[in-house]
Ligand binder design. Sequence first.
Ligand code: SF4
Length: 333
Amino acid sequence: MTIEKIRLSVGSASVLDLGALPQFKNPSTTCYVMTFTEGHCIANCGFCPQARSSRSSIEKLSRVTWPIFFFKDFLTKLKYMPFSKKFKRICIQTLNYPENFDDLIEIITQIRIHTNIPISVAIPPFLKEQLKELKIKGVERVGIALDGATSEVFEKIKGSKIGGPYTWEEHFQKLNEALEIFSPGFVSTHIIIGLEETEKQVIELIEELYNLGIIVSMFAFTPIKGTKFENIPQPAILSFRKLQLGRFLIFNNKRKLKDFTFNTRGQIININISKKDLNMIINDTNAFLTSGCPGCNRPYYTSKPSGPIYNYPRTLTEKEKMEIFELIHTFIN
Ligand code: SF4
């Protein structure tokens, strides 16, 4: 085994009981692993503590801390986890550095020897042959993050305008190649809300991705000290709730762009569902939970434990359901 170290989200490490770590009220249901490299990622995403020119701690991804562990210790804990604590999924975040693909393959291979928990990988755009190899090695799902909701936003947050290596076109091409290899429903992408895009542009992109068979997860932009975007505020909770509802309606209730009415600033001013439907959706709670692969809850990833909570890592309380209804019911027929 050539891999010596990996990083784990502190919440995942706590579930695995890997040392004296805080216990969390909402434990991770997915085990979040990150490839380890000395120094920063070679990409330069403006929101990311791992970025090349970030002055943040490289212990972080979003607002979560990722301590370093010996890979063999992680594998042992994973193998002997009690059934009651068993993760529903393992998700490997792959930084961009020269040996990242080889490291990822070894991590997957070793995990597969120790457990049959489904594996997802969050990757930079790899070659098609590499995507095929990931599938052969036992990866169930693959995520390639667009992050920006439009090509203009993409350029500013992770493309040429910020000194990043990525292009919108290549990301889309890789998402399409991943679809050929992993099938519709097994490929996902992220959109970060709150980076100059309009609500209309987000709904348009969600519909386009839904039609392709790509799962969409949404995160609220989260400013992290030391990143290029440290002074940008988080999005308004009202806007995020409308978009969570919109994403849910497109993916689960056969709604289309035409079911949304926008003002001239691209804000949603009406959604074509009844108040009864809204009540049912809020009661069901899924629309407002962390979206992505099955079993992913990412507690505290973009929200402080004290709130506001953008993506809930657990079902809503009655009080939270009422707050969401009060916030968005005026946008419903
Ligand atoms: S590729 Fe991923 S880890 Fe690297 S800077 Fe961009 S978001 Fe951060």
